[in-house]
Design a protein around this ligand. Structure first.
Ligand SMILES: Cc1cc2nc3c(=O)[nH]c(=O)nc-3n(C[C@H](O)[C@H](O)[C@H](O)COP(=O)(O)OP(=O)(O)OC[C@H]3O[C@@H](n4cnc5c(N)ncnc54)[C@H](O)[C@@H]3O)c2cc1C
Length: 396
């Protein structure tokens, strides 16, 4: 983090760093080798308060706020991009959507178990027809059948769907109404039949904390698990993505920082023609650009967290932060690959992994082009980025 952050945020960063160094980093390879989902560790993270910052104490949260979420996300991602993945499923897009839009009964039934890490979350919006136009491409349908809905269709790329207890899933209740026909549901794949998840193998990314293709075959969702009214799903999804963008931006900064730190060490150690490569101007060029890109991205992420903490509209700030943070991370990963040269490809160094996670963060919660469209249309006066009413129950 950049400037003098409040003492409590500094101590959250230190706690996250200590936890990640002791509990996560030494165990990552064992999880990957065994291919077992780290339920116990997710629960430990929940107990340590990593997922509770956007929730009040009566639900088991810490009420620490959005700057705190950004700080935790950045630090986790710096040390373990794999576990940074958990932030949206356990701390933001899944539980915060229930908290923001659910009934009191839905909130008390689902939120505490998600943020304590006892239950695993999911946010299922994208389909194979194109994530950038989630509403237009959505083919999944929900048909009312008495006290339940029956869902048919498929979803693509859904993180943690293979292990999910409680997720948010979007489907069309009225196929003729465009984005106004989308409805949001709280789903429980381990309780109701008709939900199948198949992990997608992706080179460089974790095989256990992973994304899935999902198939829905008369998948049952009780009517009481609908969030809001029929047709309100699109605005619920857009609101959720805004909060998701905060953690994705912060995680991008964390990854960029990791690339930077590894590059500095390597540039100081690697001797070519009798001196460390860090003494060559072209390597210094890369290091200097990484340093300032990361600083700038971090400031934009902190601005977004601060707007959210003040209950201000933050769509404009989140898009800009996401765009700049992903570019900083892409530049940092490409620079690290140049500095490490052949060793960037070797498994003994993490550069290959960082590059894969940067590419993943680039598309999550809207690709760079999608952010560009939002930013440009806003600047040109075509569509005000902050036009949607905000819903931020923590800081209402
Ligand atoms: C590892 C991983 C995990 C994910 N986890 C989840 C999850 O948990 N839940 C979930 O719902 N989704 C998830 N996603 C999906 C993610 O949100 C989508 O991949 C993303 O929205 C992009 O969709 P797409 O891949 O279908 O690309 P497309 O939408 O097909 O885009 C292809 C290209 O076209 C460009 N493009 C699209 N529209 C425009 C435009 N108007 N102008 C200019 N260019 C444009 C895009 O920028 C991109 O370069 C995940 C994806 C990955 C890779």
């Amino acid at each position: 983090m950049n400037f003098d952050l409040p003492h409590e945020i500094q101590s959250i960063i230190e706690t996250t760093r200590h936890f990640a160094k002791v509990e996560i980093v030494p165990k990552i390879n064992a999880f990957e080798d065994s291919r077992e989902f780290p339920y116990t560790l997710i629960q430990k993270m929940g107990e340590a308060g990593f997922f509770g910052a956007a929730f009040p104490e009566e639900l088991g949260g810490t009420n620490a706020g959005f700057l705190a979420i950004a700080a935790i996300s950045e630090e986790l991602s710096r040390l373990s991009p794999e576990f940074g993945y958990a932030m949206n499923m356990q701390a933001m897009t899944c539980p915060f959507t229930i908290y923001n839009w659910g009934t009191e009964e839905q909130i008390s039934r689902y939120v505490p178990d998600l943020i304590s890490g006892k239950k695993i979350g999911m946010f299922a919006l994208s389909e194979s027809g194109g994530g950038s136009d989630a509403a237009g491409a959505m083919q999944t349908k929900a048909m009312r059948d008495g006290d339940v809905y029956r869902l048919n269709g498929s979803k693509q790329w859904i993180t943690f769907a293979d292990v999910c207890d409680t997720g948010i899933l979007f489907a069309k209740t009225d196929s003729s109404a465009g984005y106004r026909g989308i409805t949001a549901f709280i789903v429980e794949p381990k309780i109701y039949q008709g939900f199948t998840a198949k992990p997608i193998s992706m080179s460089g990314l974790s095989n256990v904390l992973c994304s899935n293709s999902v198939y829905l075959d008369d998948f049952v969702v009780p009517v009481k698990n609908r969030i809001g009214n029929e047709g309100e799903g699109f605005k619920i999804a857009m609101n959720a993505l805004e909060y998701g963008r905060l953690t994705v931006s912060a995680r991008s900064v964390g990854l960029a920082q990791a690339c930077f730190e590894h590059s500095i060490s390597y540039a100081n150690e690697r001797i070519i023609r009798g001196k460390p490569i860090g003494h060559y101007q072209m390597i210094q060029h890369l290091i200097a650009d990484m340093a300032v890109n990361i600083d700038a991205a971090r400031l934009l992420v902190e601005r977004t967290g601060s707007f959210m903490d003040q209950g201000k509209k933050s769509s404009r700030a989140t898009s800009r932060a996401k765009y700049v943070a992903v570019n900083a991370a892409k530049h940092a990963a490409a620079s690290a690959a140049e500095i490490f040269a052949g060793y960037a490809l070797a498994d003994e160094y993490p550069i290959k992994k960082f590059t894969a996670y940067v590419n993943m963060l680039a598309v999550g919660e809207g690709t760079p082009n999608v952010q560009r469209v939002l930013i440009a249309e806003d600047a040109l006066g075509i569509k005000d980025a902050n036009r949607h009413p905000i819903r931020n129950r923590l800081r209402k």
